[in-house]
Design a binder for this molecule. Structure first.
Ligand SMILES: Cc1cc2nc3c(=O)[nH]c(=O)nc-3n(C[C@H](O)[C@H](O)[C@H](O)COP(=O)(O)OP(=O)(O)OC[C@H]3O[C@@H](n4cnc5c(N)ncnc54)[C@H](O)[C@@H]3O)c2cc1C
Length: 401
């Protein structure tokens, strides 16, 4: 076969070696981004990713695909701005279409409190070179005439913030893009292979126990999101992380009707329309702890009601599918990125909304592992910040009011 058709390498099934330079636990977007960046940017190819289920089995295959940089702290904004910069050319970099699409994000405010938060956010975003404007109600109608400014007759919209760089990327494509690029560079990906223990001696972490036997490693990284507490416990670490469910649903596919992302900062609901035409609806993290990924009718009915309040056409849409995933929440709602108190055991954790950050999390963590130096962008997110009382509180960005 000639011309435009090329053979593509996705995964190669290989037997696990007994030793790797780096072992990554978790085949989600963050573990795979790190594996790819180690090989592509630092020539560290002797890397294995152990995934208990299938690639994207965790939150990476369940998220609502929102990519944005409109955070609320001087630490988070530059981090997610840098990530957004990588997203723009990620398809070319990975030679895999991740379906990145920029459509803008409109965040509606129905109370003076939330409008005040958005005003502060807009000022801080502009100070760090991120475009977020505050809009009056009539300007909202210009951007999206479908929005019901009466908030369903009970919660009038007082204004909004508008973030033109707000984007989406197809979550499965991102997982597969990183996995296939990493595989081409020699990374071993072991699906259906659980890490059951972390090997630690007097000098630090020396490897992992897996259901395929013990594996030694120069460094071990946990990138298991909702399962972080369980894996950290294997290394004898107690982390200030709790696991919460997050749910979403899609409707049947319709002709294109909704431009961009629309959310309500007071009703805690957000919507977009996928490339397939489904209307995709998400809401806030649920307040209880669980490892269950069962979705609930309460969520479906409540999120549907809220979506109709801001976009009345949703009343005629037919829900098709709903699901739940797990999020690992930190006390300050910001990620944990760095080496733990167990030398050579690293964390990529605290992934409330960690899909959008995966390009920069992988790139900066790879630099840390390769050079031993913490990149400035992730220095504020070190695991020991809780003991040092150096939190990065950003509950407003994480929707964890
Ligand atoms: C409904 C929903 C909507 C979301 N929407 C967004 C959004 O719009 N934007 C955004 O930025 N983020 C969003 N998120 C969050 C985002 O999806 C996650 O933060 C991100 O995918 C985490 O990726 P990860 O690679 O760190 O972890 P995961 O994708 O969860 O992967 C962890 C993997 O580790 C594996 N694992 C666990 N334990 C072990 C073990 N012992 N051995 C081997 N493997 C193990 C699991 O099987 C899993 O595949 C959403 C999440 C959900 C659930």
């Amino acid at each position: 076969m000639t011309g435009i058709f090329r053979r593509r390498v996705f995964l190669r099934q290989v037997e696990p070696k007994r030793r790797y330079d780096v072992v990554i636990i978790g085949g989600g977007v963050n573990g795979l981004s790190l594996a790819y960046n180690l090989a592509a940017r630092h020539g560290i190819h002797d890397v294995a990713v152990f995934e208990a289920g299938y690639l994207g089995a965790g939150a990476s295959g369940r998220n609502t695909q929102v990519v944005r940089a409109n955070y609320n702290t001087p630490e988070n904004i530059p981090l997610y701005k840098a990530s957004l910069g990588i997203w723009r050319t990620l398809s070319q970099e990975l030679d895999f279409n991740v379906q990145f699409s920029t459509q803008g994000e409109l965040d509606l405010c129905h109370t003076t409190d939330s409008l005040e938060v958005e005003r502060d956010k807009s000022l801080l975003n502009h100070a760090y070179g991120v475009h977020t404007d505050v809009l009056a109600p009539e300007e909202i109608t210009r951007i999206n005439p479908l929005v019901d400014l009466s908030g369903g007759g009970s919660l009038p919209v007082l204004g909004a913030s508008y973030h033109p760089p707000g984007s989406t990327a197809r979550h499965d494509s991102v997982v597969w893009g990183y996995a296939s690029a990493a595989t081409r560079l020699g990374v071993h990906i072991h699906e259906g292979s659980s890490v059951t223990g972390i090997r630690v001696d007097m000098d630090g972490c020396t490897g992992v126990e897996t259901d395929a036997g013990p594996i030694s490693a120069g460094a071990v990284v946990s990138a298991v999101a909702g399962w972080t507490s369980i894996v950290a416990d294997m290394a004898g670490l107690k982390l200030p992380i709790s696991t919460h469910p997050l749910q979403a649903f899609v409707t049947e596919p319709y002709h294109h009707v909704l431009d961009g992302l629309v959310s309500s900062m007071d009703l805690y609901v957000y919507l977009s329309q996928t490339a397939r035409g489904e209307l995709l609806v998400g809401a806030e993290i649920l307040p209880y702890n669980t490892y269950s990924t069962r979705s609930t009718f309460d969520f479906l009915s409540e999120a549907a009601k809220r979506s109709i309040q801001i976009l009345p056409f949703m009343a005629r849409a037919r829900a098709m599918r709903q699901w739940a995933g797990l999020c690992d929440m930190t006390p300050d709602s910001s990620p944990i990125l760095g080496e733990t108190e167990v030398p050579r055991f690293f964390l990529v954790a605290g992934m409330t909304w960690g899909f959008k950050g995966s390009p920069i999390f992988g790139r900066t963590m790879a630099e840390l592992l390769a050079t031993g130096r913490t990149p400035e962008l992730i220095a504020p997110f070190a695991p020991d910040r809780f003991e040092r009382d150096r939190m990065v509180p950003d509950a407003a960005s994480a929707g964890t009011h």
